[in-house]
Each structure stands twice: as C-alpha cells, then as structure tokens.
Design a protein around this ligand. Structure first.
Ligand code: SF4
Ligand code: SF4
Length: 254
C-alpha cells in the first residue's frame, strides 16, 4: 500500500504517519535563457508566452522565471535558436516508509506557485498494482484536479455546515466531470445541520463513515496522533471504510 501526499503546498500526512524518509528528489522546471548575441529582438517569444513570462524591449529580453510554466514554446518557436533552457528548482519530492506503507510527498518551495509539476512527480511514484491512497488539498483548484484525475474512487471529507456543503457540491461536480465515483466521510457530525446528508441522499452519494464532533478526537489530531492509534476502537470502522472504497473502486472500473 502507498500513501502519496499531493497537498504540496501544505503536506501534513507525514505528521501522522511519521515515515522514515530515505530519498529526496529535486523538482525543477525548464526556464528560458536568451543568448543576446543571437537575439534579433523580434518579440516572437513574448507573443507566444501565455503566461507573460517574457518581455522583449528594444535591445533587451526580460525573463520572469517565477511566471514561467516551463512549457518550452518560446525556445521551440524562436527563429534564431537564441533560447536555451535551464532548470529552476521549485520544490522536492521525499520518499520513505512507515510501518509497511510506502510514502511519498511533494513540497513546494516557499514563495513558489507551480504546484502541478510537483504533483505529477509525486504521482509518478504510484505503483498501480497495489492500493494507492492520494491525499489532496482542499477545494477544486487545478492542483486538486491534477492530483485526483485517473483515480478509481474519490473520498470526499466534509462537515455538516453551510461551508462544508458548499465545498462538497463543488467537489462532487468536479469529480463527476472527471468520471470518478465518489463517497463521503462526514466529519465533526453534530456541529451543524442535516443539509449535507439531505444533499448526499438526493444525489445518491453514499456516506461511508461518520465521525462525531468530539474534543478527544480533536486533541489526538492536534498532537499528530492518528485516530486509529489514539482510539483503537475506530480501527474496525476505518477497515470497513477501506473495504467499501475498494469495492466501489473495483465496481467503477468494470
Ligand atoms: S524569439 Fe528569439 S530572437 Fe525573437 S526576441 Fe525572442 S529570443 Fe530574441
Ligand atoms: S517556457 Fe513557456 S511559460 Fe516559460 S517563458 Fe517560455 S513560453 Fe513562457
């Protein structure tokens, strides 16, 4: 079994799993470097860049590396072959083990915004012959879609509040567009109203596990202790959840 933490802006699965990290890989993207001896300042590179990462002045080409997505279009289309590429480090992928679970997570460097290349690198380590659990950041942004796509099943964790319902509706729309079956874990049950349950019932989305609002659970969470360790009576419920997710994933892939 593998756990891949693709919440590269704020990875936190390691806090609970406490893996022994054995390997680290630097993640870089190729950014352009202009040879001004060859450059004619024609402006084609700036025209083609969808991210405004290049500006061509009368006798100067300015590169804004933090805006560059490393797509390579500018170097490909430069008529003078004046653009080469150099790697710019945007983060790392760290790999290790914890109690029989293979672990990998990505970390975006501070101040960087380019999460997708790191998520892709983390997912390259997925061993699709076994069970791969991918932890994803909250919301429905591009990094979430990148992390979730090609999954067999998506477990959506929410809470019974208007905020939780709003995020859940958006997440369900996103995973349905990606053709991924989904189920819900209702966390902090008792904190709000019954609208999440009503929505799930109406949309035929199974609620696979309900975790109550409980200060003891919150206390274990805040100390980085997994619920199944702090309160072993929850183990059966989580094993049952894993079984139901596996069944749904197998049924969905038929
Ligand atoms: S496309 Fe090439 S030649 Fe034209 S401005 Fe850009 S680097 Fe210079
Ligand atoms: S590699 Fe792509 S994103 Fe970066 S400067 Fe060139 S065209 Fe723009």
């Amino acid at each position: 079994m593998q756990l891949l933490d693709c919440d590269v802006e704020e990875p936190n699965a390691h806090v609970f799993l406490k893996p022994a990290i054995s390997r680290s890989e630097v993640v870089s993207i190729p950014v352009p470097k202009v040879d001004e001896e060859k450059c004619t300042y024609c402006g084609k590179c700036a025209e083609v860049c969808a991210y405004n990462a290049i500006a061509v002045l009368k006798e100067k080409v300015l590169i804004f590396p933090e805006l560059c997505h490393g797509c390579g279009a500018c170097s490909y289309l430069c008529p003078e072959s004046a653009i080469s590429e150099e790697g710019r480090e945007i983060g790392v992928v760290e790999l290790g083990h914890s109690d029989g679970v293979e672990f990998a997570h990505g970390r975006l460097s501070i101040g960087e915004a380019m999460a997708l290349p790191i998520i892709r690198r983390v997912k390259e380590h997925a061993d699709n012959k076994g069970t791969v659990i991918i932890d994803v950041s909250p919301g429905t942004s591009c990094p979430v879609v990148e992390a979730v796509k090609d999954s067999d099943f998506c477990l959506l964790v929410t809470e019974p509040t208007p905020f939780g319902l709003n995020d859940l509706v958006l997440a369900v729309e996103a995973v349905r567009k990606l053709n991924i079956p989904c189920g819900v874990v209702l966390n902090r049950a008792g904190v709000g109203d019954s609208k999440v349950e009503e929505y799930c019932h109406k949309e035929n989305i199974p609620i696979l596990l309900t975790i109550p609002l409980d200060t003891e659970i919150a206390s274990f969470y805040s100390r980085g202790i997994p619920l199944v360790e702090g309160m072993p009576e929850w183990r059966q419920s989580f094993l049952k959840l894993l079984g139901r997710v596996r069944e749904a994933a197998v049924a969905g892939s038929r």
